[in-house]
Design a protein around this ligand. Structure first.
Ligand SMILES: Nc1nc2c(ncn2[C@@H]2O[C@@H]3COP(=O)(O)O[C@H]4[C@@H](O)[C@H](n5cnc6c(=O)[nH]c(N)nc65)O[C@@H]4COP(=O)(O)O[C@H]3[C@H]2O)c(=O)[nH]1
Length: 764
């Protein structure tokens, strides 16, 4: 279809529109001429008038064709304003010639025509047009003067020429000024348009009534709306329900502050807001608000800049999700479950409600995982997780305690927890527990084979079994072990039975099995001090176990279990490796080299790989062998002397030192000690404890010191707690001491502090 404007050429369309406006002026002018003619105001012959009108129409059609063909673009003045005005001037001057008395009126019309030029012509073009007009007018007057002097009023016409001669240059100056102003405004707009077109952020301005006064074109990209469409919308229509309140509240506060002339809001404010899109979806933005102020620093509106942060939000949400959910089963992990449990406690406290925590362990999971592989194990966990989820009400929470960061990674991954809220009686909990057992036992196909797992469930109830998260988890865990002890595939409520010494022992054993991989073990170090110099000569590494359910467990409680079950071997290996690595770390911190003592139990001494383990610990850490001292209790050596002496000799051949711990209790004689490849005797703490009251203890201590001196062994007193004990031992020329009097066993950092303060002058 024909259109009077060219397609996709904004500038050319604009020029044609202007041209058509000018053409409109021609039409009006022609009509005025005819009206003037018929009213007898002009003596122009009709044929001249018609020829003029037809000529001007032809000229205008030609001009239109020039615009449509784009020929005008070849000219410097693409709008062809000057040509149009020159033609108009000529045509008006012809009419002036015939206008006689109406000359002044026609001149007035010409002045109006000149106003067009004010907006489009440069000074030079205007000057040219002015001279052209002046010459034309003067020529008309001259011709009239010659041909029809009766129509000339010399004084008036000369005055007209003089007025034109003054007015026209002035028009040129004003026109030039306006043209320059328009050019700079247009440049500014182009720059703004360029900026707003090229940034993806939405820039918008609202007035103090919260109506849009500007919206950048980028709104089309972000929201799918044309800027004009947004401008017509209410501001509140822009925000999704999740952000509507926050956005409107913030903006209203800002407006109130702006109106009251507040200055605190000077700094821009950033909010994360969800904004509606045309297609019904939403986009998350970071929107920065700031005041728009006028010259007098009065707030006149609010400027907002919205940036799309949907991807960032999604990434953040994903990170949050990953941090709080188990990857495999997508169940809440320990962290999130802990938070939910915390919330449940607060709720139950406030409304005096009961709830239950179920600790579920899959009975045969490890076997399946080991025999069928991890993939099958994962599949099983996923299946079980979805079964648990389905068998619970929506308000109940099921989580998985996957030890993601543990050394072995997957172990412990077969533990699930369930939170059953709003419990009115325990039979309700028992029903849920039974339902869980029933769903777990249902067969499933793994790698083409039909498998079954059973579950053992321990239950604790708030507030009867505990009022805090840790106690409830611990008791549910203990009850779960009790269920295992009761033959698996059953559930048990926590009760005092679960607390029997036999059960405690079982529980400690079960938990100790995971202690290493769950990083629950750590070492404290106790200083050994040289009596003569007052410097620290070494440390003793002492094993500690902190279990989430049991708390800090004393070595005397768990070491016998470790010893009986053989767990002491891998644990002892870890102790040796860690102690050597720590000792080297102190040296790297610039601290003087001191010995580190590690205790060895009978089971460790009987382990075939002991020598290899010692060597590995030394090599891995790079520690000098003579800085490692192995402590063996006197009683072990005395009861199994023959094979041990050989083993100790092999250990010594590595360059490692050996100390006899708890010395004095085994009644070793000088003759026996003589054959032992040892370096140090550690006087048992029981003799030190009573040395002031008990002369027998003093005698033993003195005998040990003498024995040590006779065999050139280092004698160290352990368990020194008082000044009196310290003084006595010092006076009896004991070599070293260890005990609470100087320092308790402490963490590595604290030991480093101690060491830096108590060094021999030569070693600093
Ligand atoms: N009352 C009192 N006690 C003091 C004083 N100075 C030190 N002690 C305590 O006496 C014990 C010294 O270690 P131990 O005789 O080798 O006795 C150790 C050691 O036989 C064994 N043990 C500790 N760590 C390990 C280890 O890594 N491996 C093996 N196999 N056994 C270890 O556990 C035992 C107990 O260790 P802890 O409970 O740490 O107890 C430590 C220490 O805290 C004092 O002035 N007063």
């Amino acid at each position: 279809m024909f259109s009077i404007f060219p397609k996709d050429d904004h500038d050319q369309t604009l020029r044609i529109k202007r041209f058509l406006m000018a053409f409109g002026a021609y039409v009006i002018w022609s009509a005025i001429c005819y009206v003037g003619y018929f009213l007898g105001l002009t003596k122009v012959p009709l044929y001249i008038l018609s020829a003029g009108v037809a000529g001007s129409f032809i000229v205008n059609i030609l001009l239109y064709l020039i615009f449509r063909t784009g020929l005008n673009k070849k000219f410097q003045d693409k709008s062809l304003t000057l040509i149009q005005m020159v033609i108009a001037t000529f045509w008006i001057m012809v009419v002036v010639y015939y206008a006689y008395e109406a000359r002044s009126a026609v001149l007035l019309v010409y002045m109006v025509v000149l106003v067009f030029g004010l907006f489009r012509l440069r000074i030079r073009q205007f000057l040219f047009l002015s001279i052209f007009a002046l010459v034309n007018f003067s020529a008309v007057i001259f011709v009239l003067y010659k041909l029809q002097p009766g129509y000339i009023n010399v004084r008036v016409d000369i005055f007209n020429i003089v007025v034109l001669a003054f007015i026209l240059p002035w028009f040129s100056v004003v026109g030039g000024y306006i043209t320059n102003l328009r050019a700079s405004i247009s440049r500014a707009f182009t720059t703004i348009e360029l900026l707003t077109n090229n940034i993806e952020d939405i820039v918008f301005v609202v007035d103090l009534d919260l109506n849009y006064t500007y919206v950048s074109p980028s709104v089309k990209i972000l929201r799918g709306y044309e800027p004009e469409a947004v401008m017509k919308q209410a501001l509140s229509d822009s925000f999704a329900p999740s952000s509507l309140d926050l956005a409107m509240r913030t903006l209203s506060e800002a407006v109130a502050l702006g109106k009251s002339g507040g200055t605190e809001y000077n700094k821009s404010r950033t909010l994360q807001l969800e904004i509606k899109k045309k297609d019904g979806t939403t986009v998350w933005t970071e929107t920065k608000f700031s005041f728009v102020r006028d010259k007098n620093k009065q707030t006149v509106g609010i400027l907002g800049v919205s940036r799309d942060i949907t991807e960032r939000r999604l990434a953040e949400e994903k990170i949050r999700y990953l941090a709080t959910h188990d990857n495999l089963t997508e169940l809440p992990n320990r962290t999130l479950f802990g938070q939910m449990l915390g919330r449940a406690i607060k709720f139950a406290q406030r409304y005096q409600r009961q709830f239950a925590v179920l600790f579920i362990d899959l009975d045969r999971f490890k076997i399946i995982n080991d025999t069928m592989g991890h993939d099958a194990g994962d599949q099983l966990l996923k299946e079980i997780a979805s079964r648990f989820r389905q068998s619970l009400r929506a308000v109940d929470v099921v989580g998985r305690l996957n030890e993601k960061d543990s050394v072995v990674g997957r172990l412990g991954g077969d533990e699930f927890v369930v939170l059953i809220e709003e419990v009115t009686n325990l039979s309700q909990v028992a029903t849920v527990a039974q339902k869980i057992l029933n769903t777990a036992i249902k067969p499933m196909v793994l790698l083409g084979e039909e498998c079954r797992v059973t579950a053992s469930i321990g239950i604790s109830v708030y507030p009867d079994d505990g009022e805090d998260e840790r106690t409830l988890m611990k008791k549910a865990d203990m009850a779960m072990y009790f269920a295992k002890e009761e033959g698996k595939n059953n559930f048990q409520f926590y009760s005092q039975n679960t607390h029997s010494p036999a059960f405690e022992r079982f529980f400690v054993e079960a938990e100790l099995r995971h202690a290493l991989e769950r990083n629950e073990l750590y070492l404290d170090y106790q200083a050994k001090l040289d009596f003569k110099t007052g410097a620290i000569t070494g440390s003793e590494a002492l094993l500690r176990w902190r279990n989430p359910g049991l708390g800090l467990v004393a070595p005397t409680q768990f070491l016998p279990v470790a010893e009986e079950t053989g767990l002491i071997v891998p644990i002892g290996r870890w102790v040796m490796k860690t102690a050597c690595a720590q000792n080297v770390a102190w040296q790297r911190q610039g601290l003087p080299p001191v010995t580190v003592a590690v205790n060895l139990s009978l089971r460790q001494l009987m382990d075939d790989k002991l020598i290899e383990d010692i060597r590995t610990a030394l090599e891995a850490s790079g520690m000098a062998p003579n800085l490692l001292e192995l402590e063996i209790t006197e009683s072990i050596v005395m009861h199994k002397p023959a094979p041990l002496i050989e083993l100790l000799a092999r250990i010594k051949s590595l360059g490692v030192r050996i100390a006899l711990d708890d010395f004095g209790t085994g009644y070793s004689s000088l003759a026996q000690i003589k054959h032992l490849p040892v370096d140090t005797l550690k006087v048992d703490r029981s003799f030190i404890r009573n040395l002031q009251q008990n002369p027998d203890d003093r005698e033993i201590i003195e005998a040990v010191i003498a024995m040590g001196r006779a065999l050139s062994l280092n004698v160290i007193a352990e368990g020194v707690e008082t000044l009196a004990q310290d003084t006595y031992l010092r006076e009896h020329i004991c070599d070293e001491m260890q005990g609470f009097y100087f320092s308790k066993p402490v963490a590595p950092d604290q030991f480093a502090d101690l060491l830096s303060k108590h060094t021999t002058p030569s070693s600093t």
